[in-house]
Ligand binder design. Structure first.
Ligand code: EPU
Length: 336
């Protein structure tokens, strides 16, 4: 079934709590409903909306927001080492992680408590604590609005990279993700190399699935603002990938500058949060928006701010970081 709303209010549909509207919102229950939505003439401008956790509306959306409504998780296959599950697009990502932990399945636990839906996860290849969605995604089922058919993409087809995938490029405004298949391990495979995760897990008594999930949840709750209380979209900026010479220059200026390996060995990844923090902007406030006081990567709406106010702050942060370090940082959040 399809539910259509015109002049749809978006305040409760985006974690930044921006009070905009969309000309049209279509919610659909099953993947087959998309034939009806796109068969009767493709909406010219449309955007697939998940939980609205990684989006900034800067104006009224003069198009159609397409939103899946079906949620649910099922095991669809099993071999000696793994279990494959399918989760419908509107399933809360963290409900899926909890399901895996409850069923003793490994691979999703480091991605606990990331806000958003399963259908949104492949788009920016969500990640945290040394893991990313691509590590467990097996296949992605989509509706191709150009060919008007349902297709299944293998993991390689999705071209996953750091906070990136085909869904941000060729398939942007072309496909709607309807469900995601994930392959989880049956044997213990703790991944505790990131930051202070190991010490948090050890303090809980060792590397069980439950302890890892609890540790990740505790670390996240300590650093990241609760979107129910303070409007935000998690990391506003991506960690910038720069050439090694730039990384080494920054490291020689300040030995505490974090440098991470990048996919290209000639490059390295910097911590945008560190750059913003060292540029003196952590906790900076401008009217109704600001840089979060505990995690400089997160821009927050203290209440009532427009998307334009958030963007003005983002541009300020970008220019201060560029002046101070000569490094450009780019938004990770989708800006509409
Ligand atoms: N740092 C600071 N000051 C800050 C923030 C960070 O000095 O205000 C330093 C930290 O001390 C650390 C480094 O920067 O040395 C990296 O910080 P952190 O471990 O908090 O991770 P991050 O790079 O800031 C990334 C993801 C997060 C994810 C965390 C944990 C991106 C853009 N962000 O943040 O993802 O939760 O790692 O793995 O890659 C999100 O995408 O919305 C998100 C929250």
């Amino acid at each position: 079934m399809i539910r259509e709303t015109t002049d749809a209010p978006l305040l409760r549909r985006n974690s930044f709590h921006v009070d905009e509207t969309a000309a049209r919102l279509i919610e659909f229950d099953s993947a087959d409903d998309l034939d009806a939505v796109f068969g009767r003439g493709r909406p010219e401008v449309w955007y697939a909306l998940g939980g609205g956790n990684n989006i900034l509306f800067t104006q009224r959306f003069e198009g159609t927001l397409i939103k899946p409504a079906a949620a649910g998780i099922e095991a669809i296959g099993e071999d000696a080492d793994s279990v494959t599950i399918r989760a419908a697009a509107a399933t809360e990502w963290d409900d899926m992680v909890a399901w895996c932990v409850d069923h003793g399945l490994w691979g999703a636990e480091n991605l606990s408590l990331i806000p958003g839906t399963v259908g949104a996860a492949p788009v920016q290849n969500i990640g945290a604590y040394g893991a990313e969605a691509a590590d467990i995604i097996h296949r992605v089922e989509v509706y191709d609005t150009h060919r008007r058919e349902h297709i299944t993409l293998g993991k390689a087809d999705c071209r996953f990279a750091y906070r990136d995938s085909i869904f941000k490029h060729e398939f942007r405004s072309r496909t709607v993700i309807t469900s995601v298949e994930m392959r989880l391990g049956k044997r213990p495979a703790p991944n505790l190399a990131y930051g202070d995760l190991l010490s948090h897990v050890e303090a809980r008594g060792g590397a069980s699935l439950r302890n890892i999930r609890d540790a990740v949840c505790t670390i996240r709750r300590g650093k990241l603002p609760d979107t129910d209380i303070l409007g935000n979209a998690g990391s506003f900026f991506k960690n910038p990938v720069v050439d090694r010479a730039t990384g080494e220059r920054l490291r020689s200026e300040d030995p505490s500058c974090p440098l991470y390996p990048a996919a290209d060995p000639a490059k390295c990844k910097l911590a945008a949060g560190w750059l913003i923090d060292r540029a003196g902007l952590k906790g900076y406030r401008s009217g109704r928006v600001g840089v979060h006081e505990r995690q400089a990567l997160v821009l927050v709406n203290f209440g009532g701010a427009t998307g334009g106010e958030v963007m003005a702050l983002a541009r300020h942060v970008q220019s201060v970081v560029l002046d101070r370090f000569g490094v450009e940082i780019e938004p990770e959040v989708n800006i509409l």
